[in-house]
Design a protein around this ligand. Structure first.
Ligand SMILES: [Zn+2]
Length: 199
């Protein structure tokens, strides 16, 4: 099985189980599951949920290992503004925003498209932003064994915006640093670069 693919084929048994439960939820909230507009909703919702949680079936380390190249480059590599869409594990509502990731190679670089891919692998699970940040950081650190790695995620949480405290404009920032990025100068250079429009 390919380590990364869009979930186009759904396991029929699982999809049907999830579909039946969505049907039950729609009924419990007082709607009519047999109403025209809702007829296919349980199935659509089931497929959407399975798509948004397909990361459980994917292996981020394999994705990185499949695209590592020996290279003597040892300056900072930054991939910024990576779109992040995840589901908070407390309410199963979306949180979304941007990830900025940097590493300093130690003999190996990785195909640039693989970094956003592993963000998706970890984001397409039930998450908290803190653990998502940590999962990405540790995966890059363990696999590439770089001189340093940094991950910053800025995200808005629908569970805060639509319910609860209803803080519409609050953004949560999480960050993690390993190796060279634990040094203040390197970390500051990274933070400066991700906040500039020119990098
Ligand atoms: Zn939440």
């Amino acid at each position: 099985m390919a380590p990364y693919k869009n979930l186009e084929e759904y396991n029929i048994e699982v999809t049907n189980e999830v579909k039946d439960r969505f049907s039950r939820i729609i009924d419990e909230i007082g709607e009519d599951v047999n109403r025209d507009g809702l007829l296919k909703t349980p199935e659509r919702a089931a497929k959407a949920m399975l798509f948004l949680t397909q990361g459980y079936k994917q292996n981020a380390e394999e994705i990185l290992k499949g695209a590592m190249f020996k290279e003597d480059y040892d300056d900072m590599v930054i991939i910024k503004d990576i779109e992040v869409y995840s589901l908070c594990e407390h309410h199963m509502l979306p949180f979304f925003g941007k990830a900025h990731i940097a590493y300093i190679p130690n003999g190996y670089i990785v195909g640039l498209s693989k970094i956003p891919r592993i963000v998706d692998v970890f984001a397409r699970r039930l998450q908290v932003q803190e653990r998502l940040t940590h999962d990405i950081l540790e995966c890059i650190n363990d696999t590439l064994k770089p001189q340093g790695v940094a991950v910053v995620i800025e995200a808005s949480h629908m569970c805060m915006m639509m319910r609860g405290v209803q803080k519409q404009n609050s953004v949560t920032t999480t960050s993690g640093f390993r190796g060279q990025f634990e040094k203040i100068e390197t970390r500051n250079e990274f933070l400066k670069l991700i906040s500039s429009d020119l990098s």
